[in-house]
Design a protein around this ligand. Sequence first.
Ligand SMILES: [Zn+2]
Length: 166
Amino acid sequence: MLEIRGSGESDKSADDDHDWLSEVTLEVGPHPELSETQAKVYRLHTGVRGGLEGNKMTQDIKVCSNCVMDTTDSAIVFDDRGVCDHCNTFYDKIAPNWDTGEKGRAELDRMIETIQAEGKGKDFDCIIGMSGGIDSSYLVYAAKELMGLRPLVFHVDAGWNSQRLS
Ligand SMILES: [Zn+2]
């Protein structure tokens, strides 16, 4: 968060906040055009068992004051500044240990050297699971092209692969 420009009590009564006080039921389920296999994977991944499942929520969606996360994440928690727990976890736990400067680069280079040394005489230096999404695709690129590693890349088709690629 860059800065908080101000805060204060609302001059509105909580009883007047009809959007917050009224509830809607959000029903979710697998898209009807999914194959049975894809619908099964959807149910396994989301925990939605039957068809549609209702989740009661207020009409007023609260958004983190620092990022785009909102109350559609049913487990989200906001602090008194309106900052979500995902942001607070990042600032409290990840950022202090995330060295993107020369120190981090030196540590990464040492790790690469260790991996390469342990991979000598073997077919691969490491193994990478690749979904085909941006994150894992970039990781494979970075491992091979930027770090000079020889990754064994594996992919599991859980029913979401494009039929053109099969
Ligand atoms: Zn946030």
